[in-house]
Design a protein around this ligand. Structure first.
Ligand SMILES: *Cc1c(COP(=O)(O)O)cnc(C)c1O
Ligand SMILES: [Zn+2]
Length: 412
């Protein structure tokens, strides 16, 4: 296991001793005081770093750059998801290469299982008896699944508008579920208060530094699969900002330890109706204060329907460090991306999971991504989690009588 050097505050830069604080820098507080786990990168660069094959394909093989060892992990697999090349679509779009990182193929169906795996292992290492989080749905189902595998109680706060399939997962996994009559942002605040009162270990984005440590392994896997040749651009959708921050951090760490020569420009894709992180990044570029980051939260893409992004500062800093940026796309474009991904690649994503394809088309049209570029899209959540969300405009299949003539007629 990698021994972290410290937990560094994203806002003031102060570094605390590892495990000195569970959540935030006490001086800087929420969002500004998110803690970042740092390792001895120069030592790895000098001495070399190896990722041992641990017998199974999971994120635990990146042990040297993780804060907790596999001995604390629950058996559910996290990481080791496929990277698919899409040469035909690449050619059509004038790209030098296009890949999908298919993180829908996780035990609970979303990329959240990366951050959860590391967080739950940390809870076991620290001896925390109960887990909790607020979530638009996926972090909740992920935590509920891993808590079930760990055999520990789990308390979940979701907005009452969370898609029914995600709530079904929570119920199946046996979590104690609070459906909050309010927004995700309100559920988040309530979960914080409950964790403080009852002593539950909080997995919520922007609170727990372990989440980003898991999220970053998606970048490790992409770079490794491409033979440590990083792509030119990496696109991922953004709600709170913890996933994009992790991916940018992962690529940066690989360069710092000497495994890769560069980092891709990481672009965060938001929905036009929920673009507070993109706006925060625009302020950073104008030299204005990044925080507070707040805005409206209206989109069909429920996993990125966030009005008060809890990891906004970390996200804009990490993205800026890669030379990347943010874009925002409309719901119509997101639905188009769900259908195009399903039909062209055989990957059925929920709207938030497909949004990077809509972002790619935007960034190509405005010339931010040039012809010939090599691009990776991170596909973060399965379409089965919100099957209606992406199907607008498609016809329901007709019902026919059970005879062959009806088939012939239907075929026209
Ligand atoms: C959580 C999630 C995101 C965004 O991650 P944030 O850390 O909230 O920015 C994107 N897509 C899916 C499917 C998610 O579950
Ligand atoms: Zn601080």
């Amino acid at each position: 296991m990698g021994e972290p050097l410290g937990f560094r505050c994203v806002g003031c830069g102060r570094t605390y001793r590892p495990w000195g604080h569970d959540y935030l820098c006490p001086d800087c507080g929420p969002v500004a005081g998110a803690l970042d786990v740092v390792y001895d990168y120069p030592a790895f660069a000098r001495g070399g770093i190896e990722f041992p094959r641990v017998g199974k394909s999971s994120l635990w093989r990146y042990d040297p750059l993780l804060p907790v060892g596999e001995e604390f992990a629950v058996p559910l697999r996290s990481g080791g998801t496929p990277l698919y090349a899409l040469p035909h679509l690449a050619q059509e779009l004038g790209l030098g290469g296009l890949w999908l990182k298919d993180d829908t193929l996780h035990p609970t169906g979303s990329c959240k299982d990366r951050g959860t795996a590391v967080t739950v292992a940390a809870a076991r290492r620290l001896g925390r008896p109960a887990l909790a989080c607020a979530s638009t749905g996926n972090a909740a189902s992920s935590l509920a699944g891993f808590a079930a595998a760990a055999g520990v109680p789990c308390y979940i706060f979701v907005p009452k508008g969370a898609p029914s399939a995600k709530v079904a997962q929570l119920v199946a996994y046996g979590a104690t579920v609070f459906r909050v009559d309010g927004t995700y942002d309100e559920a988040y605040t309530l979960a914080l208060a409950a964790c403080e009162k009852f002593g539950w270990y909080n997995r919520s984005d922007g609170q727990n530094p372990m989440v980003v440590e898991g999220n970053k392994t998606a970048a490790f896997e992409v770079a490794e699969e491409l033979g440590w040749e990083v792509p030119d651009f990496a696109l991922v959708s953004v709600g709170d900002g913890s996933v994009v921050a992790g991916i940018a951090k992962g690529f940066r760490e690989l360069r710092m330890v000497g495994l890769t020569d560069g980092v891709p420009a990481v672009y965060g894709v938001q929905a036009e109706g929920a673009a507070a992180v993109a706006e925060a990044h625009a302020r950073l570029r104008r030299g204005e204060p990044v925080l507070p980051a707040r805005g409206e939260a209206r989109t069909i893409a429920d996993s990125i329907r966030v009005g008060e992004p809890r990891d906004a500062l970390r996200a804009v800093r990490e993205v800026a460090a890669t030379g990347g940026g943010f874009t925002a796309v409309g719901d119509r474009e997101i639905v188009g991306a769900v259908q195009e991904l399903a039909r062209r690649a055989g990957v059925f994503a929920e709207p938030s999971g497909a949004a990077p394809l809509a972002g790619l088309r935007r960034l190509l049209a405005e010339g931010t991504i040039p012809r010939g570029a090599r691009v990776v899209l991170f596909i973060t959540g399965s379409g089965l989690k919100d099957p209606q969300g992406g199907l607008a405009g498609l016809q329901e299949p007709p019902v026919i009588p059970p005879d062959l003539r009806a088939v012939e007629e239907a075929l026209g």
